[in-house]
Design a protein around this ligand. Structure first.
Ligand SMILES: [Zn+2]
Length: 446
């Protein structure tokens, strides 16, 4: 693969173990890894000049539903609460198929890449009309992002007292069978892996207790991670208490859904006992601040989680509840929301960026990503701080206060994905045209 030298960056925010912030520094990339960081480095390979730039590790997205890119800002779902929002969208999603899954995933991953993301997870929990998890895996391989797809699932339809229509849910035996198929077919556990598969029943209110338990057993057997939605809002807590007779934290613990190989999206309503449980068990959280604001769910206690030692990363959440997936913007919103709740000193721009990079990588079980030091994967975001958004900043490295929210360059596994603000791995105008055409077709059907 050869070498790339990022030369003379104004600032490199390493997010390494010492959280070093380096000035006028070079980063040498070789064969997909960081080979060296320092001054006066040389190469016979490619040189990217980085004067006027801040270099950070690539941002890590720990929660998304990429397919929802085709249903952004849908009338009737724009102002609804979570359960009403789902009921508006389920009939539209039931008309998706493999083409919709592939194209929406490509569009969503491009949007993430432009905002600095090099590693994204995805939570795909419905498989209508022959759609399969690999539709998204093939999409990610073309875009060039590191990808952690999760095989989601729903099994309790309307006729069994659940929320989704019956034709969008699957039999639990078939779900487990397909989970085995996609792990065996696509999961790569090796260091530097570009694709790791996780298992992810949609939420405690859309699958049975037995499927939650059996999925946890299967994940442990296969050595893959577990993911779901948990404690998202007050309705969610009330449902758990009414249906299961306990809070979500207890439910998760009873069914094997705590541990360093588990991460839960949202966790807006975790109480102090549940925060302590997550900290002790090293259970991860995907914090999705814009989605939480958009759906009026509340402010997650991220400050308390971090202070207690809970691993926290960021997620943009699905594009039907955000409805934009700018991960740098999500990091800024994280900082702002903690300040709304707990004062201006509750979270610095640097800490929010740490959560967005190293924090997310740790949540996804990727200590080889999310920090810049020799031997780590070469996933980097390069931000131009000479433009309008940064002009006048006395601390351009405090990117989340004054700075661009799109990258100039993005490198994943030593490969250029964004160059001078343009995606290099695919034909973006063609993708946009295709995506737009599919969205129009869905809108015409209601
Ligand atoms: Zn979600």
């Amino acid at each position: 693969m050869g070498e790339i030298l990022i030369q003379n960056a104004d600032t490199v925010l390493t997010m390494d173990d010492d959280k070093r912030i380096l000035r006028q520094t070079d980063v040498l990339i070789r064969d997909g890894q960081i080979a060296a960081i320092g001054q006066g480095l040389t190469t016979s390979g490619e040189v990217i000049r980085a004067e006027g730039c801040v270099v950070t590790p690539g941002l890590v997205n720990t929660h998304h539903h990429l397919y929802q890119n085709l249903t952004r800002a849908v009338p009737g779902a724009q102002d609804a609460l979570l359960f009403g929002w789902l009921q508006r969208l389920y009939p539209i999603w039931s008309r998706f198929g493999p083409e919709e899954m592939f194209i929406s995933a490509q569009l969503g991953l491009v949007e993430l890449a432009l905002s600095g993301c090099t590693l994204s997870s995805d939570h795909l929990y419905l498989y209508p009309n022959g759609a399969r998890l690999e539709d998204t895996i093939h999409a990610a391989a073309e875009v060039g992002l590191r990808f952690h797809p999760t095989r989601g699932a729903m099994s309790i339809g309307e006729s069994k007292g659940g929320l989704p229509p019956d034709h969008l849910v699957e039999e639990e035996a078939a779900i487990l069978e397909d989970m085995i198929r996609v792990v065996d077919g696509f999961h790569d556990a090796s260091e530097g892996s570009m694709c790791r598969v996780g298992l992810a029943p949609c939420s405690p209110f859309s699958v049975s207790r037995e499927l939650m338990r059996d999925t946890a057993l299967l994940a442990r057997d296969k050595g893959v991670m577990l993911h779901t939605h948990l404690a998202e809002n007050d309705e969610d807590i009330a449902y758990s208490e009414a249906q299961f007779g306990c809070r979500p934290g207890q439910y998760a613990e009873d069914l094997g859904w705590t541990g360093p190989d588990v991460w839960h999206a949202h966790c807006v309503k975790l109480n102090p006992r549940e925060i302590d449980l997550f900290a002790r068990s090293r259970t991860g959280v995907a914090h999705c601040p814009c989605s939480n604001c958009r759906l009026g769910s509340g402010i997650a206690p991220v400050r308390q989680m971090r202070d207690a030692g809970v691993p926290v990363g960021l997620g943009v959440d699905g594009s039907a509840s955000n409805d934009m997936a700018n991960l740098a913007g999500e990091a800024r919103q994280t900082m702002l929301l903690q300040r709304v709740a707990q004062g201006a000193d509750a979270m610095s721009a640097y800490e929010a960026l740490e959560i967005a990079t190293r924090g997310g990588a740790d949540v996804l079980g990727r200590p080889d990503c999310g920090r810049l030091s020799p031997g780590k994967r070469a996933d980097l975001a390069i931000w131009d701080v000479t433009g309008v958004a940064s002009s006048g900043s006395w601390d351009p490295a405090a990117l989340l206060l004054a700075g661009p929210n799109q990258v100039r360059h993005l490198i994943v596994e030593g490969r250029s994905v964004v160059r001078d603000g343009q995606v290099t791995t695919l034909d973006l105008p063609r993708l946009l045209e295709h995506h737009h055409r599919l969205a129009l077709k869905l809108a015409e059907g209601g």
